[in-house]
Design a binder for this molecule. Structure first.
Ligand code: NAP
Length: 523
């Protein structure tokens, strides 16, 4: 199993690294000594959302224990953690259900025992890796065996021995620990640091090491001599025919999986998603295609998706709520919204997400600040829920306006905000008006959910409809002097978030928008 350490500094980068790493690796290490901004709970839930089965190691080293590349040395110095802080981080990791915590043997029996007791109180879910790092040299094999036994005496679930290779022979000493650990029925991770230690990194797993570490990309190496995941994979395939012999819990099966994607809805003929997604996939160099399927039996369609190993799906009207019952897991945000629009097929397990709210949020945030502002949201369907969630999450104040009183009131209760009937919309004053109903959509392009004189006074008016590009409500809004926000931007951003979930890569959003714009302006 290959473990990718997460080494980014800032929250946004950390979360992005986590998604990318989960798509590739069999295990994730959160380097709490290098990560600055993101909270442990947020990171652990980000890993779990991306892959429920991937093991998480939480590690917090100090300078003496970390063989860092120059890039990270200063960062570690700047945010040096006291022994108390390190303990608190590891305790939190246990409480949050991390699979492994990593503590240095040098931290002493008392601290190791304290952590072991917390693990036991939490049912033993979290296992303890006890580490020994020698950043100067590789001691003799007999010395390493003594250290090994000290760790066994401390009841290590996994022993980790990492030394600096001054000569190629040092690799042999460390690799020699592997059969020894096997004889003692002890799980072990062992390899050498430095350029001369690389050979141990590519051999360790095949000699019996529980895992080997590889960087997500160049520049993200967490230790000297570490190679990238892609390099290690190529070496493994060349040397060991890795696809047969080694367990990559996520990546190998992902590899066997097609890179094809589908749209599930009814009807789907009007959708621009195939055009937009295929443009994005082609530009990213992904071999697969995205096709629309008009579905009458959603359950059968999902079974087909599993059977054919389709990597991901968009879900549209009328299945956004119904699909939730049929999936293996649902992202927390989607649960709160009560609808999904995206499925990720992770080796036969289907995970549901909602990217509509992100698409809407990005569109609004590019134009205005949400915090403290009032938003009138017309509609009480799935898109209205996504809009409510997005506005509330950013500290805005939504007001629901809907044709049917009953549906509007239910939603108002769930999201804790005021409700007005559509006919009373002129009684409200707010900064931004968002139409989430289908009124005004092609071919009914002369329709609007509100009279033109109801629009005066809004700073911004947004329509989630993108066909036509400028709906009647947006045309009225421009005449009333309001700034307008397009449904196309929301459509592009929600689609881009889907591509990220499926491929782990950021698509070219401008190009996606241009592809749809071109098609719509031809009509
Ligand atoms: P939905 O769940 O069916 O909800 C539609 C809402 O519109 C309902 O609350 C309904 O009110 C209201 N409505 C429908 N017809 C009406 C009418 N003639 N007069 C007054 N109210 C009416 O639909 P949805 O999934 O939220 O989708 C809504 C729209 O958003 C669709 O056009 C969809 O294409 C668009 N959308 C765009 C994007 C994007 O990326 N740009 C993403 C998602 C959705 P009642 O409660 O009274 O029935």
């Amino acid at each position: 199993m290959i473990c990718i350490p997460i080494t980014a500094r800032y929250r946004q980068h950390v979360l992005k690294e986590i998604i990318l790493a989960c798509l590739k690796a069999g295990c994730i290490e959160l380097r709490m000594d290098l990560i600055e901004e993101a909270s442990l709970s947020e990171m652990i839930s980000a890993v779990r959302k991306t892959s429920a089965s991937i093991p998480i190691i939480v590690t917090c080293r100090n300078q003496e224990e970390a063989s860092l590349t120059d890039r990270f040395k200063n960062r570690l110095l700047m945010q040096k953690k006291s022994p108390g802080e390190k303990m608190r981080i590891l305790e939190d990791a246990i409480q949050l259900g991390a699979d492994y915590i990593d503590i240095e043997l040098a931290e002493g029996s008392q601290r190791i025992k304290a952590l072991r007791n917390i693990c036991a109180r939490r049912g033993g879910r979290t296992k303890i890796i006890i580490s020994y790092h020698n950043l100067q040299k590789t001691p003799s094999l007999s010395s390493l065996k003594k250290i090994f036994h000290q760790m066994v005496d401390e009841k290590a679930d996994v022993v980790k021995i990492v030394t600096f290779a001054r000569s190629p022979d040092d690799n042999l000493k460390v690799l020699g620990l592997m059969p020894y650990a096997k004889k003692n029925a002890q799980k072990i991770i062992a390899f050498c640091l430095g350029d001369k230690g690389r050979i141990s990194r590519v051999s360790a797993e095949f000699m019996g090491s529980m895992l080997s570490f590889a960087a997500l990309d160049y520049g993200a190496e967490s230790a000297s001599g570490q190679i990238t995941f892609d390099e290690l994979k190529i070496v493994n395939e060349a040397l060991y025919g890795v696809k047969k012999n080694i367990a990559y819990p996520v990546s190998s099966q992902t590899e066997n999986q097609s890179q094809n994607y589908v749209l599930l809805g009814n009807p789907t003929h009007q959708s621009m998603s195939p055009l937009m997604h295929n443009a994005a996939l082609t530009e990213l160099g992904v071999a697969g295609r995205y096709n629309a399927f008009c579905v009458s039996d959603l359950n059968a369609a999902l079974q087909g998706m599993r059977g054919m190993n389709i990597r991901g799906a968009s879900v549209t009207i009328p299945f956004k709520v119904e699909a939730m019952e049929m999936l293996d897991d649902i992202d927390d945000d989607a649960l709160k919204i009560g609808a999904i629009n995206t499925i990720v097929n992770n080796n036969g397990r289907l995970f549901g997400y909602n990217t509509d709210w992100r698409g809407l949020l990005t569109t609004i945030k590019q134009a205005m600040t949400i915090r403290g502002k009032k938003f009138v949201i017309i509609g009480a369907g799935g898109t209205a829920r996504a809009a409510l969630f997005a506005v509330l999450k950013e500290g805005g104040h939504p007001i629901i306006v809907n044709r049917s009183k009953e549906k509007g009131e239910i939603l108002a209760k769930i999201f804790g905000c005021p409700f007005y009937e559509l006919r009373d919309i002129k009684k409200i004053k707010a900064h931004c008006l968002i139409n989430t109903t289908p009124i005004g959509m092609y071919p009914n392009t002369d329709q609007s959910p509100v009279d033109a004189d109801a629009i005066f006074g809004y700073e911004y008016v947004m329509d989630v409809i993108y066909n036509p590009l400028k709906t009647k409500i947006l045309r009225d809004a421009e005449r009333a002097g309001c700034r307008i926000l397009s449904g196309l931007d929301m459509f592009v951003h929600q689609g881009a978030e889907q591509i990220i979930l499926w491929t782990g890569r950021e698509p070219n959003r401008l190009m996606m928008k241009a592809a749809v714009e071109k098609m719509l302006s031809q009509d």
